[in-house]
Design a protein around this ligand. Structure first.
Ligand SMILES: [Zn+2]
Length: 244
């Protein structure tokens, strides 16, 4: 059996191990999220320095041992320099990577998650986009990849597809005007409903292209925060460093 693998992926986190090594968490297209050793990565002239840096994206040549992977060589094609050189952007990027690290699984198809992370970091690095909006899009698409997103394409009480401008936290999605009287809920701004539908149904590559008024963004943020508090039972360490 050949235990040598070629992996396309991104480093999510790195921890020092022993005197000179690092252990990294790597989100890959081929093996899902794996943990791997990078021997000598802490030596100043190591050719594997970049391979053990969070946010490094590229091709990793790994050896699969009995219960661990070892990176032998890496060809890093994207370093996200624009993100790395801005402290605010680093905070958002760190949060994105922590989220991907938490939900990513070994042996699962994590291609969409990897593409989302890549696109999210690219959007941050462009500089002229609203970081808060990028984060909302990232969070909502993560819910979608996890299969935990709200249903915003029909009334969850009667099944009707028109006039679904109300949101019910209890039903985890939209409600039509007729059902609103008995089901309750909150009225959504039209642009917030479109934003929810757009993010959930659009491929990751085209996701970060839209804009939202501050008013609509506030409603989306408030809604998503309450939705996550209710349906996602995890708090991320890096989240508290993000600007409110
Ligand atoms: Zn209805």
């Amino acid at each position: 059996m050949d235990n040598h693998l070629t992996l396309t992926g991104m480093v999510l986190s790195a921890m020092p191990v022993g005197e000179y090594d690092k252990r990294i968490s790597l989100l890959t297209r081929e093996q899902g999220k794996i943990s791997a050793f990078v021997r000598g990565a802490r030596r100043p002239k190591s050719p594997l320095l970049a391979a053990a840096n969070p946010m490094s994206f590229g091709t990793f040549f790994a050896y699969e041992g009995r219960d661990s992977y070892t990176i032998q060589k890496a060809d890093i094609t994207e370093h996200f320099e624009n993100v790395r050189s801005d402290i605010d952007l680093i905070l958002y990027a760190t949060y994105f990577m922590e989220v991907a690290d938490y939900y990513g699984r070994e042996g699962m198809d994590e291609t969409e998650r990897l593409k989302l992370l890549y696109a999210g970091l690219r959007a941050l690095g462009k500089g002229q986009v609203d970081m808060d909006l990028v984060r909302l899009v990232y969070d909502l698409k993560t819910l979608t990849i996890n299969g935990e997103e709200p249903n915003v394409f029909e009334c969850l009480s009667c099944g009707k597809k028109e006039d679904i401008s109300f949101f019910s936290m209890y039903h985890r999605g939209t409600i039509c005007r007729d059902c609103y009287t008995k089901e309750g809920g909150e009225e959504l701004q039209q642009s917030v409903l479109y934003a929810l539908q757009f993010v959930i149904s659009t491929p990751v590559e085209k996701l970060f292209s839209f804009r939202l008024s501050d008013d609509a963004k506030d409603q989306l943020k408030d809604l998503l925060t309450r939705y996550q508090n209710r349906y996602v039972d995890h708090t991320f360490k890096s989240e508290r460093f993000l600007t409110e």
